[in-house]
Design a protein around this ligand. Structure first.
Ligand code: ADP
Ligand code: MG
Length: 284
């Protein structure tokens, strides 16, 4: 049983505080969902949990089974079992998915004995990732949906303990969304995966059954509830909640877009391989 416990987390970028004290807990086999308007800090939270160097943590803690993750470099967090599927997955020119995963396994001392290709093909088939993409550079010229399928394939093979999935549903059509959500849901029981899923759409939750739904607004969780909260938000939007908390949604949205256009979040330099701790039952 694994627990990721985020408490009192405050974080800033370029001297501006974005997260103003976030508390959240994700346990093995559970799915916690974060919803919220653009610019509320959802991706910032994901980056901070994974240790993106651009974000300065000013208070709080992120404990994985009691061990402090803050201060550890990204690859060490990954080695302990954290996984982050980015909203805008990084392109890796010159490196294919098989080579990427093979390095990841090798860095953990795991032998793949030629079985990786078969594993990749099985997982690609489960989420409808075209096998031709396995022989191309990771994410380079992939469509939005192909990137999300490729992230899901990596997730299924690397078997982290807790996965932060940032808009894993964006760019997916209805059928692909169902396949991806089903695969992730299966991992929560098969591999006791704990999931922190950031999404705008309740339809992700048709297959991926949430245990809790949390609304992040202006860097704070302002409301939590069960699956019904996701449906309710889809109907009502965030205006009511934002007005209650005195937040200008249009301004946040514009800031998030401006930042994205300036290219942030695309490149992330890490010091070592972003590998996961490996499960004992991988039979390559
Ligand atoms: P969300 O994922 O909820 O849409 P983000 O976490 O991407 O929101 O952004 C929250 C706020 O933080 C926005 O105002 C955004 O412009 C700012 N921000 C996030 N990351 C960066 C960054 N690397 N550089 C500058 N500003 C950033
Ligand atoms: Mg985001």
């Amino acid at each position: 049983m694994t627990t990721l416990r985020i408490s009192g987390l405050r974080a800033a970028v370029d001297g501006t505080e974005i997260l103003h004290g976030v508390d959240l807990e994700v346990s093995s086999g559970c799915v916690e969902v974060i919803m919220g308007p653009n610019g509320s800090g959802k991706s910032t939270l994901a980056h901070v949990v994974m240790g993106h160097p651009r974000y300065e943590v000013t208070a709080g803690s992120v404990l994985l089974d009691g061990e402090e993750m803050l201060g550890l470099p990204t690859h060490e967090r990954a080695a302990r079992g954290l996984f982050h599927a980015m909203q805008y997955p990084t392109e890796v020119p010159g490196v294919g998915l098989e080579a990427l995963l093979s390095e990841a396994f090798a860095a953990r001392g795991a032998q793949t004995d030629g079985g990786l290709r078969a594993g990749l093909e099985t997982e690609a088939g489960r989420v409808g990732l075209d096998l031709a993409l396995l022989d191309r550079a990771v994410n380079v010229d992939f469509s939005g949906g192909e990137k999300k399928r490729a992230e899901t394939v990596q997730l299924a093979l690397l078997r982290p303990r807790v996965a932060v999935l940032d808009e894993i549903d964006s760019g997916l059509d209805v059928d692909a969304l169902r396949d991806v959500a089903r695969r992730i849901e299966a991992l929560t029981s098969e591999a006791s995966l704990g999931v922190l899923a950031i999404t705008h759409y309740a339809r992700l939750l048709d297959e991926l059954k949430p245990d809790g739904v949390h609304v992040l607004l202006d860097g704070r969780i302002v409301k939590s509830g069960g699956p019904e909260l996701a449906r309710e938000l889809e109907q009502t939007g965030y205006e009511g909640l934002a007005a209650e908390f005195g937040i200008d949604l249009a301004r946040r949205d514009a800031e998030e877009r401006a930042g994205r256009e300036a290219g942030r979040g695309v490149a992330m330099e890490v010091e070592g391989p972003m590998t996961q701790s490996l499960p004992d039952d991988l039979d390559f």
